[in-house]
Design a protein around this ligand. Structure first.
Ligand SMILES: CC(=O)N[C@H]1[C@@H](OP(=O)(O)OP(=O)(O)OC[C@H]2O[C@@H](n3ccc(=O)[nH]c3=O)[C@H](O)[C@@H]2O)O[C@H](CO)[C@@H](O)[C@@H]1O[C@H](C)C(=O)N[C@@H](C)C(=O)N[C@H](CCC(=O)O)C(=O)O
Ligand SMILES: Nc1ncnc2c1ncn2[C@@H]1O[C@H](COP(=O)(O)OP(=O)(O)OP(=O)(O)O)[C@@H](O)[C@H]1O
Ligand SMILES: N[C@H](CCC[C@H](N)C(=O)O)C(=O)O
Ligand SMILES: [Mg+2]
Length: 487
């Protein structure tokens, strides 16, 4: 239990109606979870407006209501706090409720269209190996040191987020590495957190269903750097054309990394192979177990953060050379007859292009590249034709299929992908709605030495159809099909 005045610390209040002399049992932003004695924050969302549920929250026992607009009928025994922006207030309230856990460890946030999970996960693994107790908040999983906590979002809502950080503090974590999605910045999920550093990986096409324009998407990412304090570092990929934009208005101290441009942390790929690459980082050479130029960027970002957090260069490089990436990212499997299967989470045009270019560059002769991919339902529709076009241009055969159709008609999603296929590539592109059948067809089409890329779902263990998550695991399916083909 915590006093109302303590929980409102930092919140800009327009008006208070009722007593301030009350204590708070729990903070809720979903009326369905309210129980007696709770504080309910009414947030305007994308589907509905929390203000509609104020009466319901009060009926369920909420004693304090934080809102932007006061309800017409006020209950005498309730305290109403009117604020300018309830989402913003919720961020601060959640942090205060858990006694600002982010300030009690070193929190580093990673943002960008692609590479967040990879960078945050590698940082987590590196700092564990360096001997620290570490937390991780990511798309694949959250971790409180060794304990795994299931992840539902890339960046959780402010209450779950501060609760997680609080658990990390209680279990003695020194560091936490977290992904900061653009949704999280725009919806104030990270408001009220104290970061010691922020990392920007890159910015390409994604999430326009939510942000509407690329400029709004860029501004959401930039707002993360704008909130960093002077004591934090702002580390950006300077080879990305928006890297320097992220630094324009930040108070944090500015650091850059890159493979092409002059940077504070400079890397170079010396050799590339299917099982790893030799990189030069600053003046040192290091073999790493990740594949592809995009992963050279990720690794350089990880190295740079470690040095900015004052870790020893030699120890960092020694550990980095042993680390493997995040689950379902360029995950390679070879069949008994020599077909190379790659499961990857590429779900943007840029990611599909990066992964396929890596494969094109690494194949020895003219082995076929067969790509299987779909696009998520109820998400950015404009990336559908682009992803299909990139896949058709860089693969020998493409099988378009389903990837979490959610509430949409899977065949309609595939039709929207088909619209992006250039006329001269159409005869190499097939559409098979059932993802299992699509993967099976790719495996049957492949000859020894060929490469089958299964993109878009990576670590996901489900296919989401009409609100139902049905078990589905690309890697397990590929493994079984590889066995079948060889038997
Ligand atoms: C589009 C989006 O980001 N939605 C998130 C948002 O919900 P919302 O704005 O749609 O909320 P809403 O349904 O309109 O409701 C408005 C308010 O009314 C409340 N409410 C609603 C109904 C009711 O009966 N009572 C009630 O009080 C809701 O709790 C909410 O506070 O806020 C919720 C709480 O934080 C999130 O769970 C929810 O994530 C949805 C499920 C989602 O799918 N989000 C994805 C797109 C997402 O967040 N992705 C990013 C990036 C992914 C990546 O690139 O890696 C992520 O960080 O995961
Ligand atoms: N630095 C990078 N630049 C471009 N593409 C990348 C980069 N790193 C990874 N990718 C591609 O993007 C995919 C997703 O990578 P990762 O999960 O690390 O990104 P993310 O930013 O966490 O994605 P999400 O927004 O879905 O959480 C990978 O499977 C790979 O295809
Ligand atoms: N986390 C990302 C990627 C999901 C990838 C794909 N499997 C899909 O369901 O669209 C998102 O919410 O956009
Ligand atoms: Mg992620």
């Amino acid at each position: 239990m915590i006093s109302l005045s303590k929980i409102l610390n930092g919140v800009s209040i327009k008006q208070v109606i009722g007593s301030m002399d009350v204590t708070v049992h729990a903070v809720r932003f979903d009326s369905r979870q309210v129980v007696d004695g709770d504080l309910f924050v009414a947030v305007r969302g994308t589907l509905t407006d929390g203000h509609v549920f104020i009466d319901k929250a009060v009926a369920l026992g909420a004693k304090i209501v934080v809102c932007e607009q006061l309800p017409q009928d006020l209950s005498g025994h309730i305290t109403y706090i009117q604020v300018e922006n309830a989402g913003f207030a919720l961020g601060l309230i959640a942090a205060n409720f858990y006694d600002n856990p982010s300030a009690k460890l070193k929190l580093v946030g990673v943002t960008g269209t692609n590479g967040k999970t990879t960078v945050a996960t590698l940082l987590y693994k590196l700092f564990i190996e360096l001997g620290f107790r570490v937390g991780l908040i990511s798309t694949v999983q959250n971790k409180v040191n060794e304990r795994v906590i299931e992840s539902t979002h890339t960046t959780p809502d402010p209450i779950s987020l501060n609760e997680l950080l609080c658990e990390m503090v209680n279990s003695g974590c020194d560091y936490c590495f977290m992904e900061v999605s653009s949704h999280a910045v725009a919806q104030h999920r990270i408001t009220g957190l104290s970061f010691v550093g922020g990392v920007f990986t890159n910015l390409t096409h994604d999430h326009l269903d939510f942000h509407k324009t690329f400029d709004a998407y860029l501004k959401a990412k930039k707002a993360f750097f704008d909130m960093l304090p002077k004591s934090a570092f702002a580390l950006v990929n300077i080879d990305d054309k928006n890297g320097s934009v992220m630094l324009q208005n930040t108070d944090a101290y500015k650091k850059t990394y890159g493979l092409k441009n002059i940077a504070d942390f400079k890397g170079r790929i010396v050799e590339s192979h299917f099982n790893g690459m030799l990189m030069q980082i600053d003046t040192r050479e290091v073999w790493i177990r990740l594949v592809g130029a995009f992963n050279a960027y990720n690794l350089l970002a990880v190295y740079s953060v470690a040095i900015l957090l004052e870790q020893d260069t030699t120890r960092v490089l020694t550990i980095l050379s042993r680390l493997t990436g995040a689950e379902g990212r360029f995950d390679t499997l070879v069949s008994g007859n020599g077909v190379i299967g790659i499961v990857d989470y590429a779900h943007t045009p840029d990611a599909v292009e990066n992964v396929l270019r890596t494969i094109v560059d690494l194949r020895k002769n003219k082995e076929q590249i067969i790509a299987v991919l779909g696009c998520g339902g109820d998400r950015d529709k404009t990336k559908r034709p682009e992803m299909a076009a990139v896949a058709a241009n860089l693969s020998d055969k493409v099988i378009l299929t389903s990837d979490n159709p959610r509430s949409e008609d899977p065949q309609q999603i595939i039709r929207e992908m088909e619209a992006g296929i250039p006329a001269d590539k159409k005869r190499h592109v097939f559409s098979i709605t059932d993802r299992y059948e699509a993967i099976k067809a790719a495996v049957h089409l492949a000859q020894p030495g060929d490469i089958v890329l299964i993109a878009g779902k990576g670590h996901e263990k489900y296919q989401e159809v009409m609100g139902e998550k049905r078990p589905f695991d690309d890697k397990a399916i590929l493994k079984d099909l590889f066995k079948e083909v060889n038997d």
